[in-house]
Ligand binder design. Sequence first.
Ligand code: WT7
Length: 648
Amino acid sequence: MSIDSLVTESDRISVNPDFAKHSHVNGPELYEESQSDRLGFWKRQAQNLDWIQPFDEVLEWDRPYAKWFLNGKLNASANCLDRHLDGPRRHKAALIWEGEQGDIKTVTYAQLHRQVSQLAYQLHHRFKVKKGDRVTLYMPMVIELVVAVLACARVGAIHSVVFGGFSAQSLKDRLIDSDSKLVITADGGFRRGSVVNLKGIVDTALKDNDTSVKDVIVVRYAQNKVEMTANRDVEYDTVIRDDQSHFEPVPMDSEDPLFILYTSGTTGKPKGIVHSTGGYLTHAQYSTKVVFDLKDSDVYWCSADVGWITGHTYLVYGPLLNGATVMMAEGAPDYPDKDRFWSIINRHQVSIFYTAPTAIRAFMKWGDAYPNRHDLSSLRLLGTVGEPINPEAWRWYYDVIGQSRCPVVDTWWQTETGGIMISTLPGYHDQKPGQAGCPLPGIEAAILGNDGEHIKMGGGLLSLTQPWPSMLRGVWGDPDRFNEVYWSRFETYFAGDGAIKDEDGYYKVLGRVDDVLNVAGHRIGTMEVESCLVDFESVAEAAVVGINDEIKGQAIMAYVTLKEGAKQEDDLASQLSAHVAQSIGPIAKPKFIVITPELPKTRSGKIMRRILKNIAEGAESGDTSTLANPDIVRDLEAQVSAMKVPAT
Ligand code: WT7
């Protein structure tokens, strides 16, 4: 075989004809349909939902404000549950759940519907949760979390799910920003064998009485001892009543918000991304069906936590709208052992598996023996999301997990886009390892140059050039920020990612171009970490940069200077690290902290982060002549190389 053909072969994997034969999409028809009449295409997709009142117009676009499926009325939980009850899906498993302790539960559509209705009844009647009220969910990966999400949707409340790894302070900030009146939490969840005391964290967040939270519902799960505050806290089990299990879904306007989900941006304060009901659900249903080729016979597993957008769209809404059987698991991939995921796939005969590149790189490092212990022949499709996947990891996933049989979909999207924007369609597109693929039918994207000019082929900034149904409708309580972050740079939506488009129209997404890091698929703003560090008593200044990390994609490196006269304690770095974990959450902990007498600055006093990044990565520091204090660069280089920062 010549080198040429080897290269071509490894760069491109043709569509598997066996897969394509039975796939929902195996020809160009959807693309043709959407290109000849984009709005007509979306209208037909929306008609796959159950509308209580049909919409009379597809789109009203007054940049940057979009309204989709105008005057239509529907309810998200009715679409995920009620409409499956009349046919063969009634007693089909909606959720197969496995806790970290090994307990397994299966809930059918009929049972899930009943549980959701029971909780919705209580939310409405007992807790007086009304349409448009905000409810915060701070829960482990248990079935009650899905129940709570859908119960909020059933009564028309806007849910704000806060990932259980966030600190009390982060939770409190989100409770205040969203003005939530109710919190649903649990006595704990499991992570690598230990109990995370979620209720204790809620108590800390509420202790100053400066939120609008009136009630806290506590799910008993970890059998962890928790304090119950009278007139505020109640146990979930004492709330739910069997004789009150009927609650009619509240008709919501297509444009009514379905949820808020906080994500990091370039300033210290996270943004509450707002999603609508009709448009969001339309895209969730459609994209899940075409990208994952989801069928009734599948067992579909998305390993993301419901606290992230991936969990919202591709664990809860998308698959349930399609009447699928969803695998849901609590805990880490390496506990009790590094084969946890493969044993789950084998035990529950998972056929579609969706996870993050950071996990795949860890699996790869742990070695083939772990997957090889298990029969993975039930798998037929694999997916990845959250950050760029390097071709080596892609290959490993394809060869070892998919046994060169399963297509791999590399899906690009964001909290803001609500659902997948760019991917291959597994029965139609060839795959190119390391490249996400093409905009889905109905989605228009482009690569723009710095001045907004369209770049037909090559690299630039990724933009979505037409409104789409699941686009964010705003930043909660902050319309200016919505305009500024997404709509001020270009005419069209600014994604904040750099990308390259090739001759076949495939996009390779390179990563963020702003001050946002992607650590193990989690979005973290450098400013957030910096403002947290300067909060620490002895710290004067902080500068945070991202460095390449073999497993996590990126890791955080922080440089700090101390206040005049502050004593540098021996364990200062670990104190700072603990401080970050406490104020933001363990996911934001820096990998390296460099304590330095000065930061490199321009003569006008601006911290040169570019130089700090070069130092961190052991790269040439380049031109330092514009610095007010060029000598510090050499000192820092010496200090950092002594820390054995991985060379990149
Ligand atoms: C950022 C969005 C969307 C769910 C998970 C993350 C990066 C996401 C890919 C991909 C390269 C990707 C981008 C994006 N990203 N998917 N397939 N290839 N990069 O959601 O926290 O809103 O982060 O994740 O940088 O902007 P998020």
